[in-house]
Design a protein around this ligand. Structure first.
Ligand code: BJW
Length: 234
């Protein structure tokens, strides 16, 4: 790394939460086991069978109470606290482990398990219990509540702010994501085009590993704290 590093953008995916006990999506024992992805992660599937989709997210919401952030989440919070310039975490994860570890500057681009959205007004509210067939929206007479989750074919959240940060960052780090899902899988290319140094920290090379200047393969709980220590010492 030659140029001076100031602003950092970090993309995280399911792999960062794996050592906390949350399943990833595309491992052989992944989250979609028992559910075809198109049965649970599209707006059409939700219209067809809201109960199935709600059950899937109710179970994952309940599981959040049983897991804790791991060393990788804590290392990123430490980086944000001690780095003299901007650190933005853009997570594809819908869990709340980054915030529980202490990260503050955080975008959940695929939504949050602990929020629900009114189907009429699109208003978002904190939601910690199950969403049931008769759960009515507090915001409208007609509306129901749906999980505040970005499904395939829907626009990820806060894209303007994310691309702005990607264009201004000097270092882009991708952690625990397979590079299967866009637009997140295109972030490294965008940051690199604007001159950022790009690093991948993942168990195995992702589909877009060629977009990175540097790759470290291993468990996030081990390689992320080590990488952060190196940055803070630089
Ligand atoms: C470890 C580890 C350890 C394990 N330590 N590492 C054709 C071409 C290009 C794009 C498209 C296309 N057709 C359609 C599209 C767009 C589509 C898309 O990308 N489809 C692909 C399947 C091709 N994308 C969209 O639709 C997105 N919206 C969009 O593009 O909007 C634009 C637009 C919209 C409308 C009109 C016009 C334009 C929306 C995407 C929404 C994704 N939603 C999901 C589910 C919801 C959240 C939830 O239920 O939790 O988000 S899908 C799922 O995949 C989830 C994840 O956030 C996302 C990414 O997965 P992730 O995190 O990478 O997990 P894995 O399992 O894949 O990988 C884990 C990695 O960790 C692995 O590499 C392991 O090795 C590693 N690992 N243990 C370190 N301990």
């Amino acid at each position: 790394m030659k140029k001076e590093l100031r602003n950092i953008v970090i993309l995280t995916g399911a792999g960062i939460s794996a050592e906390s006990g949350l399943k990833t999506f595309r491992a052989s024992d992944g989250l979609w086991e028992g559910h075809r992805i198109e049965d649970v992660a599209t707006p059409e599937a939700y219209e067809r069978n809201p109960d199935l989709v709600n059950e899937f997210y109710n179970a994952r919401r309940a599981q959040l109470k049983e897991v804790e952030p791991n060393a990788a989440h804590f290392a990123l919070a430490k980086l944000e606290e001690n780095w003299p310039f901007d650190v933005l975490i853009v997570t594809q994860n819908v869990d709340d482990l980054h915030e529980r570890a202490g990260s503050k500057n955080l975008i959940h681009m695929h939504g949050e398990l602990l929020k629900s959205r009114c189907t009429e007004t699109q208003l978002v509210t904190d939601w910690h219990q199950d969403i049931l067939p008769d759960t009515i929206s507090p915001y409208s007479k007609e509306g129901t509540l749906r999980p505040h989750i970005v499904w395939f074919g829907e626009m990820p959240l806060e894209m303007g702010r994310i691309y702005d940060a990607l264009r201004k960052c000097d270092l882009f780090i991708s952690i625990g994501t397979s590079g299967n899902v866009y637009p997140a899988a295109g972030f490294a290319q965008e940051a690199r085009r604007k001159g950022a140094h790009c690093v991948e920290l993942n168990l195995e090379p992702s589909l877009n590993a060629h977009d990175f200047h540097e790759s470290v393969n291993g468990l996030a709980g081990e390689i992320v704290p080590k990488f952060v220590e190196g940055l803070l010492a630089s």
